[in-house]
Design a protein around this ligand. Structure first.
Ligand code: GLN
Length: 466
């Protein structure tokens, strides 16, 4: 039963609870092979009949706080952290009657593109266990694909592509909304000016439904905005025939796997056959955007991580007889993973006196230019289309041989749009293999509902959906 059928069905409390229990059991069994969950919620299902979401099952990336449920952000340093409060999104979902299934696997603090930088379990791709899940929201992507057809959605987070990447690698729909559309209160931060909560699901319809429940202003997060539009209404009244569409040529040129090239070509041909005009644009700042992202993201991350030092949060050690420097270093050396240490060093370096102007300030300037370049095109086009990732999900053994900067370089298609805080939707596409490719639909700030409506229209009309 998909989400739409689930919501329309007349169900008794008992039936709802039975269904939740069935999904929990199914997830626990699948988890043995796929490793997508860090912590399962052990609470019993409550009475859900009169609620809006009627016991819809939601998995939550482990960087959102959940009251009385362990929240690790994928890090050993938070291994025993039990938050006393729910993130706003989690609270809104619970209040609307969702059942939280548990906390999904992720790269430590969100640092990664494959979910192989995990302190705990490393999730495996839903379509081939020898391949990576994508990152950093890998667990969310895997479980969403494996629970396709069940009333389930996943809450994830993106700083520089962590929602789209695993959505594309596992073959599910996802939205990374405009920065500020969803509250970051209770999100364990990676880089505050970039972090965006988002959703993965088996259909664009489900994404719209969930956004209606969790969107909008939160007084605890001053960067949030009201979003009065009803996503489902926009979906049902959408007519693509007046849309102006452009494909990003520079992104197409960066595709490495020809399967992705072919899938993209097919969907563009379909749009053209449907009478839509698809033009080409160029984004000249693509490589500069990638460099700028890794400077800004690591600079912010290195300050955010300063709070994990063995005092207020997470692991503690024996302080007796130690200078505070020695104690902090001991805790951080012991519990942070390799990629976390790399990012602290990089981030501290780029904002050090003497280097700040050359790196951090310059990166901020590039960011402004990237935003301007996108905005200029979005004056002329409603949607920008692009491949989501340049490669199909790689095998674990291939990822092991990549150097850190080679991994960063694979984010080149997802990072710029995140730097600009623009909404983007992943549409899963078939290839000739049993693996998916991803189509990115990008729209202007706060045109999230339009991007989703376009994705839904493609989902309904195009035969090549994975
Ligand atoms: N791969 C990117 C990084 O490592 C993006 C991660 C994210 O969006 N959380 O920074």
């Amino acid at each position: 039963m998909n989400l739409r059928e689930w919501l329309e069905e007349e169900l008794t409390n008992k039936e709802i609870k039975e269904n939740i229990s069935y999904i929990i059991e199914k997830a626990k069994t699948l988890d043995k092979d796929y490793n997508f969950m860090i912590t399962f919620n052990e609470e019993d299902p409550k009475d859900y009949q009169e609620t809006k979401l009627k016991g819809l099952v939601v998995s939550v990336k482990d960087c959102f706080t959940t009251k009385n449920m362990r929240t690790t952000a994928g890090s050993r340093i938070l291994e025993d952290y039990i938050p006393p409060f729910d993130a706003t999104i989690v609270k809104r979902l619970k209040d609307a009657g969702a059942h939280i299934l548990g906390k999904t696997a992720m790269d430590e603090f969100g640092f990664g593109s494959f979910s192989t930088n995990c302190a705990f379990n490393i999730p495996k791709n839903a379509n081939d266990v020898t391949r990576v899940a994508g990152g950093s929201s890998g667990g969310a992507g895997v479980i969403t694909r494996l629970l396709k057809g069940e009333p389930h959605v996943a809450i994830a987070e993106s700083t520089g592509g962590s929602i789209s990447n695993p959505a594309a690698f596992n073959g599910v729909f996802s939205i990374t909304p405009t920065y500020g559309l969803l509250s970051r209160y209770g999100l364990i931060d990676y880089a505050n000016t970039l972090d965006k909560p988002g959703v993965m699901a088996s259909s664009a319809y489900d994404l719209a439904f969930i956004l209606n429940t969790i969107k909008g202003r939160d007084e605890r997060d001053p960067t949030t905005h009201d979003y009065p539009l009803d996503f489902l209404k926009v979906l049902s009244s959408f007519d693509p025939s007046n849309s102006k569409i452009a494909i990003i040529k520079d992104y197409e040129e960066r595709i490495i796997d020809k399967e992705i090239k072919n899938s993209l070509k097919k969907v563009i041909d379909f749009l053209v056959n449907e009478g839509l005009e698809v033009e080409e644009i160029s984004l000249s700042l693509t490589d500069a955007a990638l460099a700028s992202y890794y400077v800004i993201a690591t600079a912010e991350a290195s300050t955010n991580l300063a709070k994990y030092c063995g005092m207020r949060y997470g692991k503690e050690g024996d302080v007796k007889g130690k200078h505070f420097d020695e104690y902090f270093s001991e805790i951080r050396s012991k519990y942070f993973g390799e990629e976390v240490k790399r990012r602290i060093i990089l981030g501290s370096f780029v904002r050090m006196a003497g280097y700040r102007d050359a790196y951090y300030i310059k990166a901020l300037k590039v960011r402004s230019k990237v935003i301007k370049e996108f905005k200029q095109h979005l004056l002329n086009y409603d949607f920008l289309l692009a491949p989501t990732m340049p490669i199909l999900p790689p095998k674990f053994e291939d990822v092991e041989n990549l150097r850190p900067h080679e991994v960063y370089a694979l984010d080149v298609l997802t990072v710029p749009v995140n730097l600009a805080g623009l909404p983007h939707v992943n549409v899963p596409l078939k290839t000739t293999l049993s693996l998916p490719a991803g189509l990115h639909i990008i729209s202007d700030h706060f045109k999230d509902a339009n991007a989703l409506a376009m994705a839904y229209w493609i989902e309904q009309n195009y035969k090549g959906i994975f």
